[in-house]
Design a protein around this ligand. Structure first.
Ligand code: R5P
Length: 293
């Protein structure tokens, strides 16, 4: 754009007005997609609640062996009753997860960062579409860094995945990353989620923030909220509740589940919020009751 000065500030988000192009298919922004794409999205988003409980355990791709995920083969299977979607790397899935879980798969396909890098924003596409199809992925997850050094290459990665995803009917989950020096404001999330959605991503993963309702209203595809660092369980349930109340189509939590002493009960409490309309208070009561010894 030639002139950024004096731009009008966006303000009319129509919060509370349902998304217009929303029937007959239950996933936001997917009404005009092909059958195969809808089939995958239906594996992710429950047809009744319209929402999803994703479980992120892709941390190994940049953190190595993460506290709580030392033994994927032991940790993941016991959480399955609470989870709709397993979000992981192909290495973790192929080696540690039985293929007959019946759960949807969100396959992490971008890589290139590690805890030892100063700048996590430069990634490559590590998994090609052929292998994603072999894994029977219901969506592929790509990190995008809007406003960071690696913006151009991450948009290039995202676009390549979306082009291949459109060719083979595999939805793309755009993960809106926030670099360490970047703001976690609604201003940033409105910009980043909308860019990623307009590039053609079918699902966005991002963080909760103030005015989250406006971020959701301005984004034409479902937003699932990331968990972030481990919080006390009560606070994590409030984050989950606020996200769903603000219009999120689900949660994609990792550490707030697998680093809990009571990881299954925590995941079940989150499930109550996502699919059964529990408040955070009700979910906390459920969690306390379930963990009473
Ligand atoms: C984000 O880029 C990755 O999917 C992370 O591995 C995941 O979001 C981390 O989940 P959490 O922050 O809930 O532990």
């Amino acid at each position: 754009m030639a002139d950024k000065d004096g731009l009008k500030v966006s303000k009319d988000y129509g919060v509370g007005i349902p998304f217009a192009n929303n029937t007959p298919f239950h996933v936001k922004g997917a009404n005009n997609l092909d059958w195969g794409m809808k089939r995958h999205l239906s594996n992710i988003f429950d047809a009744k609640s319209g929402k999803t409980v994703m479980f992120a355990f892709d941390h190994g791709y940049f953190m190595g062996s993460t506290a709580g995920l030392e033994r994927l083969d032991l940790v993941i299977p016991k959480l399955l009753p609470a989870i709709d979607v397993l979000m992981g790397t192909r290495g973790a899935l192929r080696t540690c997860i039985p293929p007959d879980t019946g759960k949807a798969i969100a396959l992490r396909v971008s890589s290139g960062s590690s805890m030892l890098n100063d700048d996590l924003s430069h990634e490559i596409l590590a998994v090609d579409m052929e292998d994603s199809i072999r894994m029977n992925a219901d969506c592929i997850a790509v990190q995008t860094f809007i406003g960071a050094d690696g913006q151009l290459s991450s948009i290039d990665n995202l676009s390549k995945c979306i082009n291949a995803g459109m060719r083979y009917n595999i939805p793309v989950l755009g993960v809106v990353a926030v670099g360490k020096d970047m703001e976690r404001t609604d201003r940033f999330f409105k910009l980043a989620t909308r860019i990623v959605a307009e590039m053609g991503a079918n699902i966005i993963k991002t963080y909760y923030c103030d005015n989250f309702e406006e971020v959701v209203a301005a984004c034409p595809v479902p937003i699932v909220v990331a968990g972030g660092k481990k919080l006390p369980e009560r606070d994590a349930l409030t984050l989950a509740y606020n996200s769903i109340a603000g219009g999120a189509a689900g949660l994609d939590m990792g550490r707030n589940i697998f680093q809990s002493e009571n990881s299954l009960e925590m995941a079940l409490a989150i499930r109550k919020i996502v699919h059964e309309g529990f408040t955070d208070k009700e979910a906390w009561e459920f969690f306390r009751e379930a963990t009473k010894s």
